[in-house]
Structure formats: C-alpha cells, structure tokens
Write a protein that binds this ligand. Structure first.
Ligand code: ZN
Length: 448
C-alpha cells in the first residue's frame, strides 16, 4: 500500500497530480488574499442570443446486476456500481423553430433497433425529424449488455436474458422521456464553441509500416500511430452568461476499467468533474472516432500503487481540464439555422453470401459555424482526420463515431488492408469509399 501522504507529495511533481482530490486553496496567513471567483458572466457577450436550448438527464444504471458488455472474457454479471450511468439530452432550437437533439449515453453502443424505435417515437411524440436526432454512446465497457430482440421461449427461462430485455425496454422509454424533457426545458441561449487538446489516447494498433524484423514491429500501442487529440466543446450559456450545458467530445475507447461494477469510465468521470460546483449544469460526452484508440497508462499493474479506477479518474480529470479550456478560451460564435441529413447506406461484406448492412451516415450544420458528421459503430480515427481535412472551411468540423448504430468495427481502407483486430469484421474494400461518398454528398446538399 502506497502511503497517501507520500503519494500526495510525490504527485505534486508527477503527471499523476490529478489523482489528488482538489481542495480549495487558501492564502497563508499574512499573504495577499486569493481572488474569489466572481458571479457568472458571458465570455462572448458580443454573440447574439439567437438559440433556445434545453438539457436533461436521467439515471439509466440498471437496478439489477446484469451481464456486462464490452469484454467477452467476463462471464459473470455485475456485482455493483461505482458511478451512475446516465442518458442525457441536449435540445437546440434555432430562430426559425428548427430543432436538433443530441442524446448521449454512458453505455456500450446504440443498437440499430434502439435508434430506429426511439427516432420513430420522438418524431411521433415531439415532431422531431429523424435526421435531427443523434444517439451517441460513450462505449464504456463498464455498463450492462442490452437486448433489443424479443425473447425466445428458451430465453424466458434465462434470468440474465430476461433482465437484459426488460432493461432495454425501460431504457427505450427513459430515452424518449429525456428527449421530451430537454425539449420542454428550451430557454433562450447563446452558443459558442472551441476546441482544446488532451493526450491520453494512443493508437492501440501495432505499427504495420515497420518491416517484420524491426524490434518495434509487433509492439502496441504505437506512439507514432494516428490519433485525434482534439476536444471540441459546445458552450451553451444563458443570456446572463451562466453556463447551462456543454457537449464535448474525444476519440478514445472507454476502457480504463475492466471490473464488474457499473461505471462511465473516463468519460463518466469527465462529465462528473465538469458538473461539480455547477448546479443545474449538464455535461454531455460525445464519443469520437476512437475505434483504434485506447487510454494510456492503462491497467493498474503498469503504474505501481495506482488502481484502474484511479487511472479512469485521472483520464477523466485530464479530459475535463481540456473541455474547460475549450469552454473558456477564445469563444467562436455559433449562429444560423439547423440543417440535418441522415441516410442509411449499404455496406457490403467481403463474402458475397453475407447479407449487407444498412449503415447510418448523418451530417448536421449549425449555420455556417459548426458541422457535425456522425457515423455508426466503432469508427477508426482515420475517418475523423479525413473528414476534418476534406471538409475544412469556415465551419468547424466535429466528427463522432458510435452514433445511431452498433455493429462492430468500421476500419478505413488502410486498416482493412493492414489487418488486425479492427479489420476482422470482414467488410469489403468499398467500406471507406461508400461512407466518404455519402458524407460528402450530404455535406454538399446541406451547403447549397
Ligand atoms: Zn470497442
């Protein structure tokens, strides 16, 4: 056991400083008193209040101890929780009454059936166009398994299957309700955005460019591999400057943890830290293209005396810090109208006898200032880097994976040709080209 006092001293000079609980600093006796935090004020009063925004959240931690999702090696159900899991919704309304809702989930993924059911219900109950709904999952590996398909007769006798199905039915209702709650909370708002950087994501694949005899050829993670360290953050403030919500993103697997407790992993902690000391404020995490990215350092045996949970908290603190930076520095204005397009394209598998998959591609523009590209399932980072490069212009480009579908890894052509874990789903070589063609088509359509 590492003595806590020693740890506190050492950590001041180490990169693990974020593990020490933050206490409010006091000036020593006789020293100049520290400046007290002032009342809330806008960081961009010149940006007009042209939006309405509303945020809501609901706890979706299962009441029962369900099978956990993410690692096939875990054969027994959850034993407890260290943090609540949330479904959160951010509703935006432009001056013409156009609406957009982001739903973020501390869960492994968004099964396609769940997306379709919720999109249809939100359209029927709230008149929300299906293209104007984003459902994104943080990909925490410390959440429950879901079950969208009806139970077979055999499953009826399996309590874990039954519980997973009942959980998913309730989750569906909870998400529809939280969308309605966010819409009902719409209030005048000022929107700005910016981005910062956070460095704990590393490309987890080996370096396939090295010849087999190279000493590093079979070593992973790969510090030279592609990463997307940007942390974009949308700032939603009340007219008086009070921060009401943020949508912030990062591209990295939520796999600091591999235990049997419900937890949002680093993304759960980042949201928790951002919300601390801000009553009534909602932080929503939008997962990026982290299919081939893992958080490092990873797993307790690599950092003496530090548990997996503390590593998750450290990464959460690092990400929260980056989001705070993006929320407070040189705000870029977001005005204009919401335009959204959502289509499902056909992705083929390499084996022609295998049925193709209908894959969701979504582009959303907030005026000429900010453009979201959302893609289904476990998208590798090449997509994020590619679209930010190819669509670069006056608008910021924000690319999210893990949205509206959960059907395994989506490799780029490079990753597919190299092989390895993220290439194993068996897609045809056309996968990247089909997705990119549709992204450009929707982007061009919304830019007319
Ligand atoms: Zn994954």
């Amino acid at each position: 056991m590492f003595p806590k006092t020693l740890f506190a001293i050492v950590s001041v000079v180490s990169s693990l400083a974020a593990l020490v609980p933050v206490t409010r600093a006091e000036a020593p006796a006789g020293a100049t008193p520290l400046t007290k935090p002032g009342p809330p004020k806008s960081i961009a009063p010149q940006v007009p209040v042209v939006w309405k925004a509303g945020a809501a959240s609901v706890v979706v931690t299962p009441e029962k101890l369900l099978s956990m999702s993410g690692y096939s090696s875990r054969k027994t159900p959850a034993v407890g929780k260290v943090q609540e899991l949330f479904a959160k919704a951010l509703a935006l309304e432009d001056e013409a009454g156009g609406r957009l809702v982001f739903v973020t989930l501390d869960l492994i993924g968004v099964p396609q059936t769940l997306r379709r059911t919720i999109a249809a219900r939100a359209e029927a109950e709230y008149k929300l166009p299906q293209a104007n709904l984003v459902l994104n999952a943080s990909h925490t590996h410390s959440g429950p398994s879901m079950r969208t398909s009806p139970l077979t007769e055999k499953d009826q006798e399996n309590p874990l299957a039954r519980d997973a199905f009942e959980y998913t039915v309730k989750l569906t209702d909870d998400i529809v309700a939280v969308i309605g709650k966010a819409i009902s909370e719409l209030q005048p708002a000022r929107l700005t955005w910016n981005k910062a950087r956070c460095g704990f994501a590393m490309n987890r694949r080996r370096d396939y460019t090295l010849p087999p005899e190279h000493p590093n050829a079979n070593k992973a993670p790969n510090p030279d591999g592609p990463v997307d360290h940007e942390v974009p953050a949308l700032r939603v403030e009340a007219p008086d400057g009070t921060l009401r919500a943020t949508l912030f993103g990062y591209a990295c697997h939520n796999t600091s943890l591999g235990f049997f407790n419900y937890c949002g992993d680093y993304a759960g902690f980042a949201q928790q830290y951002l919300q601390e000391n801000r009553p009534g404020f909602t932080a929503l995490f939008l997962m990026g293209c982290g299919g081939d990215q893992n958080p490092y350092p990873r797993r307790s045996d690599v950092v003496p005396g530090i548990t997996d949970l503390e590593l998750a908290q450290q990464h959460g603190r690092a990400l929260a810090n980056a989001a705070e930076m993006a929320l407070s520095v040189n705000p870029r204005s977001v005005t204009g109208h919401i335009r959204a397009a959502y289509e499902e394209i056909t992705l083929d598998y390499a084996k022609p006898e295998r049925a193709p998959h209908q894959y969701p591609v979504q582009v959303i523009k907030l005026g000429k200032d900010l453009t979201f590209v959302t893609l289904g399932s476990e998208v590798v980072v090449d997509y994020s880097l590619r679209f930010k490069r190819e669509l670069a212009g006056t608008a910021g480009i924000w690319v999210a994976g893990y949205s509206n579908d959960y059907t395994g890894y989506i490799p780029s052509l490079r990753v597919l040709k190299e092989g390895g874990y993220e290439a194993a789903a068996g897609w045809a070589d056309s996968v990247e080209d089909r997705i990119a063609t549709k992204v450009h088509e929707l982007h061009a359509r919304l830019s007319e």
